[in-house]
Design a protein around this ligand. Structure first.
Ligand code: 5GP
Ligand code: 5GP
Length: 226
């Protein structure tokens, strides 16, 4: 972990809906541990600034403006590669909760290593704590169950109001989140990722200080079957 503490304001804890990752024109692949559960999976835990550096006129975290709205790759040396040994007691749990769906021929460990290098090295956390906190956050706020409790269940025919999704998460977790959509093969808008905001210790949810470009067009979204 870097010698000088990284200055950032909060974490985005990002989870992806596997049905929405897989039903795009790009498709998906399952890791060697098999088809993941029909459950939100972790994408990453990303340190973020509350104000984009150098762009104070624009407080919105717009995707693509890298290195301005968040720190990344905080250690350049090779010494920061994630070691399987360091997280060995978490591997079974990570395989269930943080599976890769990419077809780039990687297993989930490669996904975790990538996320560690890009975001984890800026977190001021040791690798074990970084991954353990992410698992704890997911377990503490079961998004799939929260949505189901609000009648928002996976379906290829139903659509749900965006406000219903956001309200259900805010009511159940006590904190607002940002939602991101993508499109299925037919161009239909669907819920893809949920960005929850977390304090600098990666322990407690906070209301998201920033809004993001949601890519959700219209006010209803699908939650496709997986
Ligand atoms: P995309 O362009 O696919 O939305 O994002 C590409 C990558 O940029 C993400 O995987 C993530 O590493 C990083 N990224 C995108 N948006 C944000 C953001 O708002 N905050 C942070 N910290 N990283 C982001
Ligand atoms: P980001 O830069 O957006 O944090 O991470 C995205 C990178 O992780 C991409 O290069 C992608 O190929 C890889 N990756 C591996 N597995 C997954 C997955 O299940 N979902 C996403 N969004 N990216 C994955």
């Amino acid at each position: 972990v870097s010698s000088t503490a990284e200055q950032f304001d909060f974490f985005y804890f990002v989870q992806q809906w596997p049905g929405s990752f897989c039903d795009t024109w790009r498709g998906c692949c399952f890791p060697d541990t098999g088809k993941p559960a029909a459950d939100f999976g972790i994408h990453g835990l990303w340190p973020n600034y509350a104000t984009c550096h150098g762009r104070d006129d624009d407080a919105f975290s717009i995707v693509g403006r890298r290195g301005k709205c968040w720190p990344e790759y905080c250690e350049e040396e090779d010494g920061n590669a994630l070691s399987p040994w360091e997280i060995r007691d978490l591997v079974a749990s990570l395989s269930r909760s943080w599976p890769t769906l990419s077809c780039r021929g990687g297993d989930s460990f490669e996904f975790w290593s990538y996320e560690w290098k890009k975001h984890g090295t800026c977190s001021n956390l040791r690798p074990h704590d970084y991954f353990a906190r992410a698992l704890e956050l997911k377990a503490a706020h079961n998004l799939t169950a929260i949505l189901a409790g609000a009648g928002i269940v996976p379906s290829d025919t139903e659509t749900y109001p965006m406000s219903g999704v956001g309200d259900a998460i805010a009511a159940a977790t006590g904190a607002t989140a940002n939602l991101q959509c993508n499109r299925d093969k037919d161009g239909q808008t669907q819920l893809y990722q949920v960005f929850q905001c977390v304090d600098r210790e990666a322990k407690n949810l906070i209301d998201c200080p920033l809004h993001m470009r949601s890519r959700c067009s219209g006010d209803r979204v699908k939650l496709p079957l997986f």
